[in-house]
Design a protein around this ligand. Sequence first.
Ligand code: PLP
Length: 400
Amino acid sequence: MWAGGHPVYMSEARGARVVDVDGNEYVDLCLGDTGAMAGHSPEPTMAALRDVAGITTMLPTADATRVGEELGRRFGLPYWQFSLTATDANRWILRMARHVTGRPRVLVFNWCYHGTVDETFVTLADGVVRSREGNVGPMVDPAETTRVAEFNDLASVEAALAAGDVACVLMEPALTNIGIVLPEEGFLAGVREACTQAGAVLVIDETHTLSAGPGGCTAAWGLEPDAVTLGKAIGGGVPIGAYGVRAELAERILSAEDADLEDTGGVGGTLAGNALSLAAARATLEQVLTDAAFARMSALRERFAAGVERSFAAHGAPWCVVSLGARAEYRFCPEPPRTGAESAAAGDRGLEEYLHLYLLNRGVLITPFHNMALMCPATTEDDVDRHSAAFDEALGELFG
Ligand SMILES: Cc1ncc(COP(=O)(O)O)c(C=O)c1O
């Protein structure tokens, strides 16, 4: 999906910089679509790997306990398990939610993305649930497994839960994968209440929204999910996923005696919770993605957004910028979109390609789909200013 017909081939990456095979250096604001929110090869993480690389025992390590405790402190959930991807964390919590509720369906939001989770490849077309365009070889039509609500439309959530057949609501607290869509006042509290009333498990996917702060939106906005899933960034470049659950949900899961949680019941994996992933996550959480780092990253994002807004004003661009902690995104519309559908309608592939290529040719990488930029602990003010200057030039050419 990189603009320009073929991707830049990378030869080196460190901190917030990437070097390609021709020796060109880029400021990396894509950061592996959040996989490198901790920066590339953060030193504390690299140091922690040396003693554990190459070990696969299927035994837990003390690092697993420390990471569970740290995630518990950040997200307010006491019990954690690990996978190798956020996709798998989502897949497994969906299975557990179906198992403990005895209900078949999942509720997601229009234009969501939660990894390659079968049930989530759906959109709404004129209010009807449809398999998402391009869905590769679905096992069953996802319209059979999934109900779809519109973000910021509580009535659509309540309607989708009304039949009482939804095991679980899986949502990002702000959509990030169709451009950033922030929740309106009261929406997330309304979803919480609707789940409680309907007996559905509320799973908040913080894989991207961790950008909001050390405990993601859950901590920043005081949310009360039954479960949180995440992955990518917390391994500092080493594959990991994680899901945490409230004590009551853990009890329900563990008391489901016919659930084979250890062997061939459909959750878990041979390398899940391996020593390398957990050593990386411990070092990354304790020493890299710290409270202080998030404060710096958020301040840099403010600088980024201010630069973008200055250019909008200077060139009369009728666009806006939407931010979430360390992450920001420019949108081709005057007001931030309120729903996934509005956000999808505000996309413009041609404009995106123009901007992405323009920036790439001036040494700045942003996420190849829509216009997301992320700060990491190694990002500097100069990096942000390099983007601001190139973006301003690009708008100058566009708007004359
Ligand atoms: C919100 C969200 N959840 C889960 C995932 C899946 O992550 P992974 O591809 O690492 O499994 C993604 C990937 O972009 C994501 O954006």
